[in-house]
Design a protein around this ligand. Structure first.
Ligand code: NAG
Ligand code: NAG
Length: 306
């Protein structure tokens, strides 16, 4: 994240700023550069504890995520649902230790996982209903074509087959912390060793990176796979089996996209949305050439003298 206070004088400013009426404007370049474009950062929800597993439900406009809640003297996780436009939030009751969130796009269903199994969200009653795996602690959930979950603390990956959950054969001997299947049915997963991709027909996992701490893997509306790591957002550089950082974020915890593909992300305490900035060019320039931000002052001094 970059913070620059930029004083732009209209006299010395690029012509596209001439629309501003005042002689000078204070521009705060405290947004985020994402895919080489500068965006403003809109604060959506604040004062949260570690908002993990952001899932945007586009039809209802509700953002689901997990966050820490204080329970007596101990800290636990719980599920929260926030309406993006109304800016209202509710904690979803009945999911003890609610941590995992998944969206089943095929059936338009939302699932949660906690200390005691898997729950399904009822959009009519706005409550979570018990679904499966009573007594199991759920670390992660993922639904696309198949229904997957990761058990805590073993970090074993399970899939639903013939009326029950069984361990995924290819992952019996390994731990899985984050699991994702893309629109094109490529499998991505991360564990304490690295971030991997499994491409059909070769089933051997390929290392994409062993240098980042992966927190969430998501897809935008175009099907580009974005990896949220603790230090920012990464994109796979196809076909090289490596990733590149497309946004630097301090302590990123999760990411998703809204219905118009604006990026939403969380840091340690807040959830933000990136929106197009009218100062995109100026701020991009100021961030890339820190020297340039003094030019405004310089111009003003000159103007005063004349
Ligand atoms: C708080 O912890 C107690 C004991 O572990 C548990 O029974 C209760 O459900 C928890 N409350 C919430 C809101 O999670
Ligand atoms: C992570 O997955 C890779 C690829 O399957 C495996 O070689 C490695 O042992 C796993 N790490 C852990 C901690 O399970």
């Amino acid at each position: 994240m970059y913070i620059f206070k930029l004083l732009v004088l209209i006299a010395g400013a690029p012509s596209f700023l001439n629309a501003a009426s005042k002689e000078s404007d204070l521009i705060m370049c405290d947004g985020v550069i994402f895919h080489n474009v500068y965006y403003d950062r809109e604060l959506l929800f604040s004062d949260l504890g570690r908002p993990y597993n952001l899932v945007m439900h586009r039809f209802s406009g509700i953002l689901f995520f997990s966050h820490t809640i204080q329970n007596g003297t101990s800290v636990d996780f719980g599920i929260r649902a926030c309406h993006l436009d109304k800016r209202t939030c509710r904690d979803i009751k009945g999911v003890p230790g609610g941590y995992a969130v998944a969206y089943d796009a095929g059936n338009d269903d939302i699932y949660f996982g906690g200390h005691d199994g898997i729950y399904k969200y009822n959009f009519l009653t706005k409550e979570a209903e018990f679904f499966a795996e009573e007594g199991k602690s759920i670390w992660g959930l993922f639904v696309r074509r198949n229904f997957y979950y990761i058990e805590y603390p073993t970090q074993k990956l399970y899939v639903y087959r013939d009326d029950r959950f069984i361990q995924v054969a290819e992952a019996i001997h390994i731990e899985v912390d984050i699991f994702f299947v893309s629109k094109h049915f490529d499998v991505y997963f991360a564990n304490k060793t690295a971030l991997y991709k499994v491409e059909k027909p070769i089933s051997e996992p390929i290392v994409l990176s062993d240098e980042i701490q992966v927190r969430q893997i998501v897809e935008d509306n175009y099907g580009d796979v974005h990896i949220c790591a603790s230090d920012g957002i990464y994109l796979e550089e196809k076909p090289y089996h490596r990733i590149k950082k497309v946004a630097a974020i301090d302590q990123a915890f999760g990411t998703t996209f809204d219905d118009t593909d604006n990026m939403i992300y969380s840091d340690r305490n807040n959830i933000y949305r990136l929106t197009p900035s009218k100062y995109s060019g100026v701020c991009m320039n100021a961030i890339n050439n820190p020297e340039a931000r003094y030019q405004g002052d310089e111009t003003r001094r000159k103007n005063k003298r004349t």
